[in-house]
Design a protein around this ligand. Structure first.
Ligand SMILES: NC(=O)C1=CN([C@@H]2O[C@H](COP(=O)(O)OP(=O)(O)OC[C@H]3O[C@@H](n4cnc5c(N)ncnc54)[C@H](OP(=O)(O)O)[C@@H]3O)[C@@H](O)[C@H]2O)[C@@H](O)CC1
Ligand SMILES: [K+]
Length: 513
């Protein structure tokens, strides 16, 4: 599990350690230098003789970068430090100089003993480097992107035609550290070396697209205090495996969970086939189908039972248009069971428009950004698709607050917001998965997962959000497995589910008997 702590959470952990004289910056800069040396070795075969440019802002983020620069200079790297603020981390600067590094500045005024160079000249230095360390801004960033001459430098380096390898120190400078926004110049990184724990902006879109590979370095901050929850979590394979309902020898189809699927119409029968197939192939005990295309569904999936009966979870909406009277009536009727008996439900596509006024967290909405914007607009919020894409967690949370439902917002990074502040950001899928029918498959996976764990959901409402994140993880991994490195179609993703889930359980050592 990758957890993200906010700037305030990190500062609260740092404070007593710094007061006690724990050398956090030494630890951070040493680990940073080790990672940069690793990059240089990988890219050029050796560290000595490489060129590194350190972009150093006026705070401790610049201090980290300068100290790492000094360590690299000590290993024979030609180091140039470019300071971006009249204020500079004095000890870091002294260390770079003592190790033989050279220092220039783009700031005005230039400060004592530092030669001022135009932004273009500093960017040209970066262009000739094997690696650039971005230490302009860390968790002290005020948001709104990198301002002033530092921002001009970040833009100039980012626009270099032959971009050098960029290592972000703690975070790519200029991202919204706590909310993942991108509202000004940001230097996209190839590698981010972050201290203590990930930060929300490293996991959340759109900033998460700027971070490259993320390495978390333990600098001895310990953990969050009792009761504090990480701001955002990204589940990994062992977490998903631990959450997956695995049958035991005594299990039968009803204890394993029955999924009721109300999906598809005569115009869109494929959605019904995909959602039921995904539920069957994710290990549901049984799948029921309600709708007008039962024959088509059974032709593809003979395991599916057509017609009403008891279910543990529902999948509403794939391929359903709200003006289809038959499906609308079935969904509205089934929602009564969801509200009265506590059956879980996945509410997708056309069914989003049929959502009752207030539901519980055992109902999961699975909109994409445009659908979430429409839903929120109906609920009185002023937001459009671009607004949702700019701050997905904020809007997913608002939808959770206004409806009571757990919200899974689909995207390149899928964001989940649930009860008790639960928030997940999953980046498991190849970009190829942005294809018709992929959402129907996700809905089926989640339906099976909720049916299998329905007894646990009511004891622990935040579990639903974790299950939604698990469904996104399995969906993404199934897409990778369906055709590694190439295009995928939704049916192939559904077909890859049994193998994906078996691999997941095998990797985590939780195989069924
Ligand atoms: N404490 C420790 O010992 C440890 C700290 N650690 C490291 O310290 C980092 C946090 O350091 P920090 O708190 O000094 O803040 P930091 O991110 O360097 O930036 C603040 C400076 O930026 C400026 N500024 C702000 N916003 C701006 C903007 N939009 N555009 C332009 N400028 C802007 C602002 O200047 P101002 O304008 O206010 O004069 C201020 O000077 C953390 O990420 C980690 O790397 C680790 O080594 C572990 C030990
Ligand atoms: K940085």
């Amino acid at each position: 599990m990758r957890v993200a702590w906010t700037s305030d959470q990190v500062r609260a952990l740092e404070e007593p350690l710094l007061a006690a004289g724990v050398p956090l910056m030494e630890r951070a800069s040493f680990a940073l230098a080790v990672h940069v040396a690793g990059v240089l070795r990988e890219r050029r075969g050796r560290v000595g003789g490489a060129r590194a440019v350190v972009l150093a802002g006026g705070g401790n983020n610049g201090g980290d970068a300068l100290h790492a620069g000094a360590l690299l200079a000590g290993r024979g790297v030609e180091v140039w430090a470019v300071t971006t603020s009249a204020r500079v981390h004095a000890a870091g600067l002294a260390a770079v100089r003592a190790a033989g590094g050279r220092v220039v500045t783009v700031a005005d005024p230039e400060g004592p003993d530092v030669r001022r160079v135009p932004v273009d000249e500093a960017a040209a230095l970066a262009a000739r480097a094997d690696v650039v360390l971005d230490g302009v801004l860390g968790i002290g960033a005020r948001g709104g992107g990198v301002g002033g001459v530092a921002g001009a430098l970040v833009s100039a380096v980012g626009a270099l035609p032959d971009r050098p390898f960029v290592v972000a120190v703690d975070v790519p400078s200029g991202i919204g550290v706590d909310d993942g926004t991108r509202s000004g110049p940001v230097l996209d990184a190839d590698l981010t070396v972050t201290f203590g724990a990930a930060k929300p902006g490293l996991l959340l879109p759109p900033a998460a697209r700027s971070v490259g590979r993320v390495e978390v370095v333990d600098i001895g901050l310990g953990g969050l205090p009792e009761g504090a929850r990480p701001h955002v979590v990204r589940l990994e394979v062992p977490d998903a495996a631990a959450l997956w309902p695995v049958p035991v020898a005594a299990s039968h189809k009803y204890t394993r969970g029955v999924v009721g699927v109300v999906a598809g119409t005569r115009s869109y029968p494929g959605a019904a086939v995909l959602a039921t197939t995904a539920a069957v192939r994710s290990g549901a005990g049984m799948v029921r189908y309600l709708g007008d295309v039962g024959e088509t569904v059974v032709a593809h999936r003979p395991e599916v039972v057509v017609g009403p009966g008891r279910v543990q979870s529902w999948v509403f909406g794939p391929g359903v248009s709200p003006d289809d009277a038959g499906q609308r009536r079935r969904i509205e009727f089934a929602f009564e069971g969801v509200l009265q008996r506590g059956e879980a439900a996945v509410v997708d596509a056309g069914a989003l428009e049929l959502l009752p006024r207030h539901v519980g967290p055992h109902v999961v909405l699975t909109p994409h950004a445009g659908e979430l914007a429409r839903l929120l607009t109906r609920l009185g919020a002023d937001v459009d698709r671009a607004g949702v894409e700019a701050e997905p967690l904020r809007w997913a949370r608002l939808a959770h607050e206004r409806t009571g439902a757990t919200v899974l917002l689909k995207g390149g990074v899928t964001v989940v917001a649930g009860r008790g502040g639960a928030a997940y950001a999953q980046a498991d899928a190849p970009a190829w998965l942005a294809t018709a029918g992929a959402g129907d498959v996700l809905a089926g996976i989640l339906g099976a997962l909720l049916a299998g764990r329905v007894d646990d959901l009511h004891d622990d409402a935040s579990l639903v959000a974790a299950l939604a994140a698990t469904a996104a993880l399995v969906h993404g991994r199934a897409a990778h497995r369906a055709n590694p490195g190439g295009p995928v179609d939704a049916a192939a993703v559904a077909d890859a589910l049994p193998g994906t889930i078996a691999d997941l359980l095998r990797e985590a050592g939780t195989l069924a008997p």
